[in-house]
Design a binder for this molecule. Structure first.
Ligand SMILES: C[S@@+](CC[C@H](N)C(=O)[O-])C[C@H]1O[C@@H](n2cnc3c(N)ncnc32)[C@H](O)[C@@H]1O
Length: 194
């Protein structure tokens, strides 16, 4: 168990938030899910009714990128009776077309891959698919993050912006910050509309 890891820590914070409000069996949307490896550590600790992972890449392409570990593979390795779905789609398209609402929307290292203006618009659009008392779990680069080209590591090359603490607050201004910390050159935050 690696509860010191920031992605796991923020999801455990989300779990505590839902528990304290007696919200159980939460529905989850993980946008830009990649292989979603963090779910291996937290899935059994959060009562989830359904989880949907959305990525622009196919599960097969994710598997090739991540040495045999794709989103579907991650969930196959979780022993529980998991109700999950993987959707290959652009997140902007998915968010504009879905008729579902979610208790928890996970956006880890995805919004900064878009232009800042589009990312802000998308963040705003997430409101329309967030349940009442729902949360957005966000991870976005902070000012210590060096945006540069690292040969052979497209992961870092793709980031289009980073945010100082002040810019971060402006970026999420329409949400209430429930929890925020900085680790590994990222802002980690839980955001709520209520
Ligand atoms: C840096 S990885 C983060 C993966 C995962 N969220 C994590 O934290 O481990 C970004 C992921 O977003 C996906 N992605 C990039 N642009 C996207 C878009 N417009 N729509 C959906 N997924 C996208 C990429 O294919 C990649 O899997």
């Amino acid at each position: 168990m690696c509860s010191f890891m920031a992605d796991i820590k923020i999801l455990i914070e989300a779990k505590d938030y839902f528990n304290s409000r007696n919200i159980i069996n939460i529905s989850v949307l993980d946008i830009g899910c990649g292989r979603g490896l963090y779910w291996k550590d937290v899935y059994s600790r959060i009562k989830i009714s359904k989880i949907i992972g959305v990525d622009i890449k196919s599960d097969e392409d994710l598997r090739i990128d991540w040495q045999d570990q794709s989103f579907i593979q991650t969930f196959k390795e979780i022993k529980d009776d998991v109700n999950f779905e993987f959707v290959q789609s652009d997140i902007v398209k998915f968010v504009s077309e879905t008729t579902s609402k979610f208790d928890l929307i996970v956006c880890f290292q995805i919004l900064s891959l878009l232009e800042k203006k589009s990312a802000k618009l998308l963040l705003s659009d997430l409101k329309s698919i967030l349940c009442k008392s729902g949360l957005i779990a966000l991870c976005i680069p902070n000012e210590q993050f060096e945006i540069r080209t690292v040969e052979g590591v497209p992961y870092f090359v793709m980031n289009k912006f980073n945010l100082s603490s002040e810019e971060f607050r402006d970026f999420v201004e329409e949400y209430k910050i429930i929890f925020h910390f900085e680790k590994n050159k990222y802002h980690w935050a839980l955001l709520s509309c209520t």
